[in-house]
Ligand binder design. Structure first.
Ligand code: ADP
Length: 571
């Protein structure tokens, strides 16, 4: 394929990748982020959360009132049942009412009205209060007048209700300050229909304020917490001020009610405690604050998610680009390798046919042809060995056979079999091999192959300065095998990549020289399998030095431990 065509195909692939990423990942991700973002903004504007909480609060207050009413109704109903019959005389009635008062300290006054008049009895302890006494006197007159005038209508009105009771709550004065007093009127059971007979009682304001309200509020707050958890609520009861707002000094409040900050929801009582109202809020925070924190947190989470998506995309793009580069390297590899196989085969065939035809007369020429055939088949063998090794490594089936080896001898032998070829190509071979090296545990074939690959590269990538140096020495507990040349050198940028499979530097000479891009990746695999490594030092235009290090096995030098043991025993 021509380079122009290949380039076109590459950019087409890249375009396809970007399109796929865009349609499959980027667009939905961007859509998701946008949808969430606008949803959040909408949320903030419409105060949906706030409204939902307020609805919930309304419901809690309605339930609170219902519970209070239920309890009050039951208490009044119970007392109503104990009211004296109409036909008993006045003293007996008074006596019975006194008895009720005595048994039920939560009642401050109790009244009985019929055609014989009004009986109004009060708790003796309450009578000590001057204001209470005055109020009681006023009340006796007021009630008598009122019942005389409107008793009948009042009674009829009450009888039409599901619960025949009329409640009245209003402010009153006591020696200890202003209070709210709740009282109730009801028809007496079994009273003859034609007569106006009424009963009534006033709740003790101290009982309502200090016992009834606090207990009920506590119950509701606790129930709400055990049912739903979350932020604790606080409820209070108080009058509505003249300008319509809830009193800043409520009559009663549950634990956690702070005086500052407006209540979230205020609900007026509808029956028993009518002019008063219930108010609710969160302990220590407000719905607005909660909503703001929620939106704020959501934005942060959205931001983090967006970052993660962008990060993921960058990562995917990076990985796909890498895979694409690898795919390109692979296709280059296939064309390189086929060429590499074809050239030596063609040469071998050509020279063998020429020899077969018997047209070569001189011995020297024949020799020359034999040498070419041998050299080309060696090249072929090296290439096939590399490919086989590579495929074994890729499949994870490459095995090494480590044997104690005189490494100097191994290097010398390998060089010997290449010496002729090296010198034939006009290379100066500088060989410096230390002889007193410790024996190493190595795979002989693999190390020889690594050395051959390095030598072949040095020969392949050298220009006019044909120099090949091979050094073997020991340094800092490792044996180092160096192969150096004065060739084209390697760009700094390429130095870290040349050990990757299929990689070939972009130098024109490299491209004109055929190769598979496998040699150095094999050398690295071999050196790592021996517990060593390979590094390169190179300057473009000046040459390269490849250093393969092999660790010296500790046991090869240190005497086995049992010898020490024997020595100790002997002494
Ligand atoms: P190949 O030689 O078949 O291309 P290698 O894996 O042996 O594959 O080498 C990878 C690349 O490293 C080569 O293509 C070349 O660019 C570079 N390289 C290796 N050895 C040398 C060297 N001695 N001098 C300059 N470049 C080299």
């Amino acid at each position: 394929m021509s380079p122009k065509k290949r380039k076109l195909l590459g950019s087409f692939n890249r375009y396809k990748l970007i399109l796929t990423l865009g349609v499959a990942v980027l667009l939905p991700a961007a859509g998701l982020i946008y949808a969430n973002y606008s949803q959040l903004q909408l949320f903030e504007r419409d105060k949906v959360l706030e409204a939902a909480i307020h609805r919930d609060f309304q419901e809690i207050l309605a339930i609170t009132e219902k519970r209070m009413n239920k309890k009050v109704y039951a208490m009044v109903e119970d007392i109503r049942g104990q009211f004296p019959d109409c036909d008993c005389d006045e003293t007996e009635k008074e006596h019975k009412l006194d008895h009720i008062l005595e048994k039920n300290p939560w009642i401050s006054s109790i009244l009985y009205y019929d055609d014989k008049g009004l009986i109004l009895q009060s708790q003796p302890s309450k009578m000590e209060d001057k204001h209470f006494r005055e109020e009681r006197e006023r009340m006796a007159d007021d009630y008598k007048g009122w019942f005389n005038l409107e008793g009948k209508g009042l009674l009829e009105g009450m009888r039409k209700k599901i619960r025949p009771m009329n409640f009245y709550t209003g402010p009153a004065e006591r020696s200890y300050g202003e209070v709210y007093v709740t009282s109730v009127l009801f028809p007496i059971p079994h009273a003859p229909m034609g007569k106006v007979v009424l009963g009534g009682l006033a709740f003790d304001d101290v009982y309502i304020k200090n016992t009834f309200f606090p207990e009920m509020l506590k119950e509701v707050v606790e129930d709400k917490y055990t049912e739903q958890g979350g932020n604790r609520i606080a409820i209070s009861i108080g009058p509505i001020e003249t300008e319509g707002s809830f009193s800043m000094n409520p009559l009663v409040a549950s634990a956690g009610w702070d005086a500052e900050g407006k209540p979230e929801v205020v609900r007026k009582f509808e029956d028993v405690f009518r002019p008063l109202a219930l108010a609710i809020k969160y302990q220590g925070t407000s719905v607005r604050e909660l909503g703001e924190t929620w939106v704020h947190n959501s934005f942060i989470i959205l931001g983090i998610l967006s970052l993660m998506i962008v990060g993921g995309l960058v990562l995917i793009k990076h990985m796909v680009s890498k895979e694409m580069a690898l795919a390109k390297l692979k296709s280059d590899f296939v064309s390189n390798v086929s060429h590499e196989l074809r050239t030596p085969l063609a040469l071998i065939r050509l020279y063998a046919e020429t020899l077969e035809l018997g047209r070569i007369s001189t011995q020297d020429k024949k020799h020359e042809y034999y040498r070419i055939i041998r050299k080309e088949s060696e090249r072929l063998t090296a290439l096939i060995n590399n490919i086989l090794d590579f495929s074994r490594i890729e499949a994870g089936r490459k095995e090494y056979e480590f044997r104690e080896t005189d490494i100097a001898e191994l290097v010398r032998n390998t060089l010997d079999s290449y010496r002729y070829q090296i010198e034939q190509q006009g290379f100066e071979l500088d060989e410096r091999i230390d002889s007193n090296l410790p024996p190493l545990e190595v795979d002989r074939e693999a190390i020889a192959r690594a050395l051959v690959n390095l030598i072949n590269n040095a020969l392949k990538y050298s220009g006019d300065d044909k120099f090949l140096g091979v050094r073997l020495y020991r340094e800092n507990g490792v044996v180092k095998l160096e192969v150096l040349d004065h060739g084209i050198g390697i760009d700094r940028h390429d130095q870290s990549k040349i050990f990757e499979k299929f990689y070939r530097a972009g130098d024109p000479l490299v491209h004109n020289t055929k190769g598979s891009g496998l040699g150095l990746s094999l050398v690295r695999h071999i050196s790592q399998a021996h517990g060593g490594d390979i590094v390169v030092e190179s300057m473009p235009g000046r040459g390269s030095k490849f250093i393969l290090s092999l660790p010296v096995k500790q046991t090869a030098e240190v005497a086995p431990p049992h010898q020490f043991a024997e020595g100790t025993m002997a002494s």
